[in-house]
Design a protein around this ligand. Structure first.
Ligand SMILES: [Zn+2]
Length: 155
């Protein structure tokens, strides 16, 4: 009973009630403007007379698109805030540099590529760790996906 309240607090909806109301209002208004301009233009034979209704329908389409864009931006903002809350800020340069973990790169035995230690192509596999020269000596080449390059390890 008490845990349900905690779950509700920890997992609020992605969009708030005003976000959803704004989406419905803008998409609905855009649809009404589109429908009205179609209806009003349908009886006119001259293209010149229909032009104002084409402009009106473009405005209606813009209203709907603006509503959806605002809704998606609000959702992205919420996801970004939750991600930051869950994962914290990104680590500085340790994983971004993509360099070797100790002083070598990794490879699957008998494979033709060597990788950075954090390469997704070797995640969860049995690996050998060696220096770049050792990998190249047995004929392995640098993984084109993770592009292992030597990094300068601060002293
Ligand atoms: Zn790789």
């Amino acid at each position: 009973m008490n845990s349900a309240a905690v779950i509700v607090e920890a997992d609020p909806p992605l969009w708030s009630q005003p976000d959803t109301a704004r989406l419905r209002t803008l998409v609905g208004a855009g649809a009404v403007v589109l429908g009205a301009s179609w209806f009003l233009a349908s009886g006119l034979a001259e293209v010149r007379q229909q032009l104002v209704f084409v402009s009106l329908s473009l405005f209606g389409a813009f209203l709907g698109l603006a509503g959806v864009a605002g809704w998606l931006i609000g959702g992205r903002r919420t996801v970004r805030a939750r991600t930051r809350l869950l994962l914290g800020d990104a680590p500085a340069a340790a994983s971004a540099s993509g360099g070797p973990v100790a002083d070598g790169f990794v490879a699957v035995p008998d494979a033709r590529w060597f990788h950075r230690a954090d390469c997704l192509l070797v995640k969860g596999r049995d690996l050998v760790v060696s220096a770049r020269a050792a990998h190249e000596a047995v004929g392995r080449r640098a993984c084109p996906a993770c592009a292992p390059t030597p990094t300068v390890v601060p002293a």
